[in-house]
Write a protein that binds this ligand. Sequence first.
Ligand code: CU
Length: 270
Amino acid sequence: MDGHDAHGSGGHRSMEHGSMDHAAMAGSDAPAGVSLFADGYTLAPVVAPTATGDQGLLSFRILDRSGTAVTAYERQHEKELHLIVVRSDGTQFRHVHPVLGTTTGTWSIPWAWAEAGTYRVFTDFAAEGGDAVTLTRTVDVAGSFTPVASATSRETTIDGFDARISGDLVPGDASELTVTISRDGAPVTTLQPYLGAYGHLVALREGDLAYLHVHPEGDVPASGAVSGPEVRFAAHVPTAGRYLLYFDFQVSGAVHSAAFVLDAKDPHQH
Ligand SMILES: [Cu+2]
């Protein structure tokens, strides 16, 4: 297996994504993504279908301090805005990239809900000249639903791929996580670059769905390059507790999303 020699190297992660999300991470344990307002920016109400099955649009604007819709953004991880939507129980995860109406400042994407429930919508962006900000709102979708209780999970199968995560989350510290992808028992070595790395990991804290910054390790891949079966991340979880992790990876042009659940335990407790 390649790559094990990278352990203990101090985690030389790339700075080529731009400095903003690193600045947002540095020195603060306060999690992002628990408020509709941060750093002077407000996530205006999210408009979306209100019941399951309705085909429509999900749309929203980001407002600055003066209440004006923001129309200019900085790219981070190859996109001007990342939209993460997940139901309150951690299921129904989606990570997509809406389109900006550059005169109106309205972001929109075709949308339908498969299941009822209360959803958390996260917008992860940096306005032009600003730092990375994560804002969030809840959206209710009419109908009855049965919450799915979470259970710790390090392995999952998605679209025929087997995904496994190794590493332990340590509260208050950087934790190295490694995701390994295989198929039919064989390592997958054809992971394609996706959002500036060989995969993208989102971590949410169970209980308040705080949105955590997770950073890929290694250099930004060249276009056309492939890698695998391992992808490494440095995750920083602020507290003990349970975390929901969602790993997006791309093979043969298709993006797949694997979900894991890990508990962060204080190393001094047993
Ligand atoms: Cu994204």
